[in-house]
Design a protein around this ligand. Structure first.
Ligand code: NDP
Ligand code: HSE
Length: 449
């Protein structure tokens, strides 16, 4: 038994300062739960002169992460610097040095998780990554432990706080995309490279982690169909509202017939659905299990303190293992490594969905019937149409035509749109947004199998 557990922190930024603040503020509470103090022994950051939100003794600061990794007194390396290299290198070095690791780095885990967890398995060290998905929501532990007896058919939801914050502000306050993105950066929600948030990349990283845990298979990031919110316009948000929907960036994984469906894209959800009411920086993740039915996890998906809370829960979990002389009691990726299999990931063209389609077309007779003719020939049936009336005498920019389809095959939709987009009466490529509809049980039918 140790008289305290010592942590070496690499990356003293938004999340790093949150962790230090929680460990200081909740020192007594944590000691009562763990039995011994949990302390930050050293902090590495490339800039140790910058003023941070919380003061620490200057002698624990260094610019050299190797000093932490090589320090025999440090039990756990906490990687909160982000990015792929040198974060990967530091983590592998720590593992080979028999140190346990905690990280929030979903980009790294999605790209190099297999290598990191293989190494951790060989060296018998724990790797905690609760903060990598859902900010402060304990979704990783829920899948690995709470649902360890569940056959999970689907895991899906809103997993990027920045995008949800932007969509909410655009929809409720009519604010500009770039203006809200800047605010999300100031609030500490966005990634160092915010393109990852708005392009759907960050959601795809998180989905890769969730699906890997749920299904015991590697889910290569490049096989996840990914679209972001960067092309969602105020016009489509307004049409969605008129039609009774909200637009949310969803990450969706399903398991059926021995295959995995994994996709990230803006999705129209009926306004009354719970996911449609998840606003601001909040995330919400559904787990659908054969025995348990549906469970919804909701909470703050980003930010210094909520994410710091998830990180601290990993530190305590590992510290408890250290005190009990155990490690890797729960498999890193929820399944025993030798039982993991490589399941095929379906391409997006294999999915069924209903669709919102928006066209800008020439204002002349016959256009509507030409478009519906092409859709019909591709087995796509139209549920409703909104045709914008003429604005004054000028029709140079064309008029807007919005269609909601019934359930259709994505391959058919893509083929039909490619045909329609080539027509001389179409002024710009059609906008497509996938729609989740309700079925008779009140469940959205595209996702919940
Ligand atoms: P920040 O950019 O705020 O903090 C990272 C810190 O690490 C910065 O001080 C940075 O310095 C420093 N750093 C970067 N590279 C090095 C290096 N090579 N050596 C030493 N220090 C380095 O990021 P966050 O705290 O927001 O994010 C950290 C991690 O947590 C990322 O993996 C992110 O994806 C993840 N995460 C973040 C969440 C959030 O809400 N912010 C939520 C969940 C996960 P500099 O400023 O000079 O670059
Ligand atoms: N940039 C991420 C988000 C941080 O906005 O969700 C939390 O992972």
């Amino acid at each position: 038994m140790k008289d305290r557990i010592r942590v070496g922190l690499i990356g003293f930024g938004t999340v790093g300062t949150g962790v230090v603040r929680i460990l200081s503020k909740e020192k007594d509470l944590i000691t009562r739960r763990l039995g011994v103090p949990l302390t930050i022994a050293q902090i590495a950051d490339r800039d140790i002169t910058r003023k941070r939100d919380i003061a620490v003794p200057p002698d624990i600061l260094t610019t050299d992460p190797q000093r932490l990794i090589q320090n025999p007194d440090i039990d756990i390396i906490l990687e909160l610097m982000g990015g792929i290299e040198p974060a990967r290198d530091f983590i592998l070095n720590a593992i080979y040095n028999k140190k346990h690791v905690v990280t929030a780095n979903k980009a790294l885990l999605a790209a190099h998780g297999e290598e990191i967890f293989d190494a951790a398995c060989k060296e018998n060290v724990d790797v905690g990554f609760e903060a990598s998905v859902g900010g402060g929501i304990p979704i990783i532990r829920a899948i690995k432990e709470g649902f360890s007896g569940e056959n999970i058919s689907a895991v899906f939801g809103i997993v990027n706080g920045t995008s949800n914050y932007i969509l909410t502000q655009m929809s409720e306050k009519g604010r500009e995309f770039l203006d809200v993105l800047k605010e999300a950066q100031t609030l500490g929600y966005a990634e160092a490279d915010p393109t990852l948030d708005v392009s759907g990349g960050d959601s795809a990283h998180k989905l890769a982690i969730l699906a890997t845990l749920a299904y015991g298979t590697p889910v290569p990031i490049e096989e996840i169909y990914t679209e972001g919110i960067d092309h969602v316009t105020p016009l489509d948000i307004t049409f969605a509202e008129t039609l009774g929907y909200k637009i949310k960036l969803l990450a969706i994984a399903k398991h059926f017939d021995g295959k995995i469906e994994a996709r990230v894209h803006p999705t129209m959800i009926p306004k009354e659905e719970m996911l449609a009411q998840v606003n601001g920086v909040f995330n919400a993740i559904y787990i659908i299990g054969e025995s348990v039915g549906e469970s919804l996890f909701y909470g703050r998906g980003a930010g210094s303190m909520p994410t710091g809370s998830a990180v601290v829960s990993d530190l305590i979990d590992i510290a408890r293992n250290i005190q009990n002389g155990t490690n890797t009691r729960v498999p890193h990726l929820a399944y025993l490594p030798k039982t993991r299999t490589r399941l095929p990931i379906c391409p997006i063209t294999a999915i069924d969905s209903s669709y919102y389609l928006r066209f800008r077309v020439g204002d002349r007779p016959g256009v509507l019937s030409e478009i519906s003719g092409v859709l019909g020939r591709h087995n796509i049936s139209i549920a409703s149409v909104i045709q914008e009336g003429r604005k004054g005498s000028s029709s140079g920019d064309g008029v807007l035509l919005v269609m909601m389809t019934h359930q259709a095959k994505e391959a058919d939709i893509q083929a039909a749109l490619s045909r329609i987009n080539q027509s001389p009466f179409v002024f710009e490529p059609a906008v497509l947004i996938r729609v989740e509809e309700k079925n008779n049980n009140g469940l959205t039918r595209n996702i919940r199998t």
